[in-house]
Design a protein around this ligand. Sequence first.
Ligand code: DX5
Ligand code: ZN
Length: 242
Amino acid sequence: MPPVRIAPSLLAADFSRLKDEIQRVEAGGADWLHLDVMDGHFVPNLTIGPPVIESVRKITKLTLDCHLMIMEPEKFVGVFADAGADSVTFHAEAVAMDYARKWKDRGWAMTLPCKALFDARRVDACIDQIQSKGKRAAVAINPDTEAECAAELLPKVDMILAMTVWPGFGGQKFIESVMPKVAKLRKMAPDLDIEVDGGLTPETVKAAGAAGANIIVAGTSTFRSPDPAAAIAALRSNAGSR
Ligand code: DX5
Ligand code: ZN
């Protein structure tokens, strides 16, 4: 089981004081900094892009964990790696065949109904671009996408992200029914970094840690806490308290 790492999500920070906010969680014991990139197509929200990653890179030594919630990630993974991300995560659902993409017509990030809908060439193109720049490549799966959909990717990636909310917004409620999938992924890949993202608090992290997650993303419960250092310490000890 790889070590627990706590990754505060910048989405919950005060964007008028980014430097202070980042230094506060860095001093508070954060291991990584999670950066959410949204394109208004894969998810119904827009956030930050490469110039912000570049600026953040200059003011922190934290590992930059860049989570791309965008369509056509193969066009951008290299740009984010060059901007200073240490790890680049793209969504499996965003590199699916046409049929799966139709789920987007529902106006929301979609589910991969079965692994046959993967476009393996696009997946490999993303992973290769990231890893050839010496960065960590990770794949994310939405709450309803099954572990089996990611099975063939596990040997190729440096991390898998099991979303514990539907991506698009911070401050949502943790979806506990994702935990059996996390446990399944941990069985399939005992040494792989397994990240959870969405609704993580010192309380909900207990279930995530028990299921086998070791990379804990937390926005609201860290940046919006009156005492981020205490929140990070509580997340860390509760994630490993199984
Ligand atoms: C949601 C993002 C998350 C978000 C988590 O789409 O991927 O990283 O910032 O925020 P909290 O911890 O507030 O749920
Ligand atoms: Zn995220």
